[in-house]
Design a protein around this ligand. Structure first.
Ligand SMILES: C=C(O[C@@H]1C=C(C(=O)O)C=C[C@H]1O)C(=O)O
Length: 364
């Protein structure tokens, strides 16, 4: 993918690039009042949901094309450098948004999940130069997210960015969509130039968590934030719980501490090098220990094979999870994290023992 660095997009002079505005454009008055209040607070990119993909039919599905006209009326009341962003989900949306000279388009999570939809959107974008932001698909599938962006890039768009809005999960957590930050970080590792925007509103589902998530995004070196705001969140026609007023939005942005990816401080850098050497040493020991553990797993595998005993041992596995969880607690480690680590280790152990068994079955 050929990706133009964010500094060349002409949208964000400072970090973070703040994109804010209502979940849905509801009335011209609501959109105008919200947008003008945001511009007054220094927001340079206003978002507005014009077409709304909703889970159930019969709920408000967006104003549609008329709202694009409202945006153009607002343009006459704000400085020229204020940009407008809308979500597009079909080729027709793209055509209408481009006709209305919308500055930034984004593709939502319910569209990026579908390669056919993405291809239709990409085909409609061929030959134009407009920034396109792609939200992660609803399920935690990094390849699908990358594939969605590749289709946009394939149409010749170079101003491509990713929006991390969290992932649907059956697990009940304090978030509406679980962040799984590691997927966004992995994307950044693969495409270092790719601008990364965090959407704390959809991760949170609750306006009270937005400040905390925005700070986390800054600490993880995200380039921007897309935050839903509304002049009167409690009476919003969609996503009422997660929208904030322009005043609160401004407080959140003002309250952020923006760390840089590196420091010019010599003392800091030498300390960092020393501590990283310690980490290298500890990781090496961790690997040595894991390799030792796998040798024991192999021995057990051989015994199981010779004695016709199943590889997977439920009771032992249960006991391991309980004791390791207690150890994690005792050592101040995150129990969920240790659960995940051990699940992977166990999976690898079972696979090794299965290989041993299969060799027997194949008569090796
Ligand atoms: C190593 C064994 O085999 C499997 C792997 C385990 C492990 O990695 O600790 C535990 C139980 C088994 O499902 C064993 O039975 O002890």
């Amino acid at each position: 993918m050929q990706i133009e660095p964010l500094k060349n997009w002409g949208v964000a002079e400072d970090k973070p690039w703040v994109i804010s505005g209502p979940c849905s454009a509801e009335t011209e008055e609501q959109l105008t009042e919200t947008a003008l209040a945001l511009v007054e607070k220094g927001v340079k990119t206003i978002r507005a949901g014009v077409w709304k993909p909703r889970t159930r039919p019969g709920t408000f599905e967006g104003i549609g094309k008329d709202a694009l006209g409202w945006i153009n009326n607002i343009r006459t009341q704000v400085p020229e450098d204020v940009k407008f962003a809308v979500e597009v989900a079909t080729a027709q949306h793209v055509e209408q948004a481009l006709e209305a000279k919308i500055d930034v388009l984004w593709v939502g999570a319910r569209s990026s999940v579908n390669p056919f939809t993405m291809q239709d959107i990409a085909d409609a974008l061929r030959g134009v130069d407009v920034p396109v932001l792609v939200k992660n698909p609803i399920n935690p599938d990094l390849a699908l997210w990358i594939g969605a962006m590749e289709r946009i890039a394939g149409a010749g768009i170079t101003k491509i960015g990713a929006i991390h809005r969290g992932f649907s999960s059956h697990k009940k957590t304090r978030f509406r969509n679980i962040p799984s930050w590691h997927l966004a970080l992995e994307l950044k590792r693969e495409y270092p130039e790719l601008p990364m925007i965090c959407d704390p509103s959809h991760i949170a589902g609750d306006s009270a968590l937005i400040a905390e998530l925005s700070q986390k995004a800054m600490d993880l070196d995200f380039d921007g934030l897309m935050i839903e705001s509304h002049r009167d969140p409690a009476n919003a026609w969609s996503d009422a719980k997660q929208q904030v007023t322009p005043d609160v939005l401004s407080e959140i942005v003002e309250g952020l501490s923006i760390p840089t990816a590196s420091s010019g401080n010599v003392e800091f850098n030498s300390q960092l090098t020393e501590l990283r050497e310690q980490i290298d040493q500890l990781d090496r020991e961790l690997f040595d220990t894991l390799a030792e553990r796998m040798k024991v797993v192999d021995k057990i595998g051989n015994y199981k094979r010779d004695n016709n005993v199943t590889v997977f041992q439920m009771r032992r596995w249960d006991e391991i999870l309980k004791t390791r969880s207690d150890w994690a607690k005792e050592l101040g480690l995150n129990q969920d994290m240790m659960f995940e680590v051990f699940t992977h280790i166990h999976e690898a152990a079972v696979r090794r023992q299965m290989d041993i068994l299969e060799k027997k079955e194949a008569g090796v």
